[in-house]
Design a protein. Structure first.
Length: 160
């Protein structure tokens, strides 16, 4: 229910409550899949993050997971022993290694992504609402805005 009389403090509190509830739902959905694959929740998170965007080093992964480098290195070691990731030389920094998913890691990541999409709490929303929510969450998270859309398109990539 929308309550236009709600003060800003209460609104922010409820928004945070809703985000925590969504996080809990997402976590619960992935927990069973992770367990079936013999992974911890954090290892599943590593697979997810390695598949999202450019390749990364252990240091970058630690920053994304908000843990220290030794913890990230231990997780990478365990995933490497399972054949899910490999370390390869960094293209520009001889001292660093880039963490890549192996074919087996990619297959498991794809299962995680499919499972997440099929059980997403966002599936309750229609596409237009998901696009609006995406834009709002991106803005709230402080992410840079995407490059300007081409002429004749609105913020959602559709022609006017």
């Amino acid at each position: 229910m929308y309550c236009s009389g709600m003060d800003d403090a209460r609104l922010n509190e409820e928004l945070t409550d809703h985000l925590f509830a969504i996080r809990t739902q997402l976590h619960a959905e992935l927990k069973d899949l992770a367990r079936a694959a013999g992974l911890t929740d954090t290892q599943t998170d590593v697979l997810w993050r390695l598949s999202r965007g450019p390749e990364m080093t252990a240091r970058h992964l630690a920053d994304r997971l908000q843990c220290d480098a030794s913890t990230a290195t231990s997780m990478i070691d365990r995933l490497e022993k399972r054949g899910l990731v490999r370390r390869v030389p960094h293209p520009t920094d001889r001292r660093a290694k880039v963490i890549q998913l192996t074919d087996e890691g990619c297959a498991l990541r794809d299962r995680v992504i499919r499972h997440s999409a099929e059980h997403s709490p966002f599936a309750r929303l229609d596409r237009a609402d998901r696009l609006r929510l995406h834009a709002l969450l991106r803005e709230a998270a402080g992410a840079p805005r995407p490059a300007e859309t081409s002429a004749g398109e609105d913020d959602h990539g559709r022609g006017q």
